[in-house]
Ligand binder design. Structure first.
Ligand code: ATP
Length: 302
């Protein structure tokens, strides 16, 4: 029986994001295309002899107490299993936080999967996904990973074909955007165009990156682009410098651009670095799901 496990917690982007209604309890009903990225946080889980869940993280701005989603995940899992044991969770962060990249949700998903295996609890993926939704609406998707259509409040998932190979540039401006605020503001807009999510599904099934890029759409941009000009500016610079298309992920503020060739993505990277101060820039690509995402390291985390 081993006493340590290392799992990759992948970032996600939304290739499409539509809001189609609201539940009585206030949750928004969404229709989204989710895509995992090569970019990941390292989650190292080990047994400890105590009774507490101990979190450590290499980034000062992430809380290491019961507010950390990795802590909540371990607690929920233990509750489900009817156990009370000590666990140490070390998080090496690469995913920008509060970015629309599901960094926290993905760390939580990795803890559910990793601790389930390490402690030999025997929960199925479906059972872990049910536990995950109690932590956050994106957690079930983060457990599944890859390319997926997400409906309901984000918990109804359908796996899609693998995303075509491409290069993805992430640009996170130094602004704070509250997810709650963005969704509430969208409620004030009575009528707007909806992205063709079914069209994106079809384009993914056909492996047509040009068509996918041309159909990309995120209704939350209606709020954020108006209030934060920097989002529009990043998109413009990406689109003027070789991106197939550029869009905000989730409720932002990260903008991503899809590129077919490496020259354009590097050129855009340099251009953004020169023109906008305080931008977090990462070159990455889509990651397709398959098996337990842990074990020996084969990538450099981007
Ligand atoms: P989403 O795309 O799901 O909306 P996000 O990328 O916008 O997520 P996160 O990086 O998940 O946002 O962080 C949101 C908040 O959660 C931050 O205030 C952060 O302090 C808190 N948080 C709790 N646990 C974690 C974690 N393990 N990693 C990052 N943030 C965490």
């Amino acid at each position: 029986m081993r006493d340590r496990i290392e799992i990759k917690a992948r970032a996600k982007i939304n290739i499409g994001l539509d809001v189609i209604g609201r539940r009585d309890d206030g949750y928004h009903l969404v229709k989204m295309i989710m895509q995992s990225l090569k970019l990941y946080d390292d989650i190292i889980i080990s047994k400890n002899n105590g009774k507490d869940i101990l979190i450590t993280c290499d980034k000062d701005n992430i809380p290491c107490d019961n507010r950390n989603l990795a802590y909540k995940a371990a607690k929920e899992l233990f509750k489900e299993a009817g156990i009370d044991t000590g666990l140490s969770i070390d998080i090496k962060k690469r995913i920008p936080s509060s970015a629309g990249l599901a960094g926290g949700s993905s760390d939580a998903a990795a803890v559910l999967k990793g601790a389930n295996e390490l402690l030999e609890l025997g929960f199925s993926t479906e059972e872990l996904m049910k536990t995950g939704v109690r932590i956050g609406a994106d957690v079930p998707y983060c457990i599944m990973g890859g390319t997926a259509l997400s409906e309901g409040i984000g918990e109804r998932l359908k796996r899609l074909k693998d995303f075509p190979e491409c290069n993805i540039l992430l640009a996170k401006p130094a602004i704070d955007v509250s997810t709650k605020y963005v969704y509430e503001k969208l409620d004030d807009i009575s009528d707007y165009d909806h992205p063709d999510i079914d069209g994106i599904v079809e384009a993914i099934n056909n492996g047509n990156i040009k068509r996918i890029s041309s159909l990309m759409g995120n209704v939350l941009e209606l709020v954020t682009e108006k209030e934060y000009n920097i989002i529009r500016r990043i998109k413009m610079i990406m689109n003027e410098n070789g991106a197939q298309n550029a869009m905000m992920s989730g409720s932002g503020p990260t903008v991503f651009g899809i590129y077919e060739d490496e020259y354009s993505i590097k050129y855009s990277y340099e251009k953004l670095k020169k023109e906008i101060t305080d931008l977090e820039l990462i070159i990455t690509g889509p990651h397709n799901a398959g098996g337990m995402d842990g074990g020996s390291r084969t990538e450099d985390g981007v």
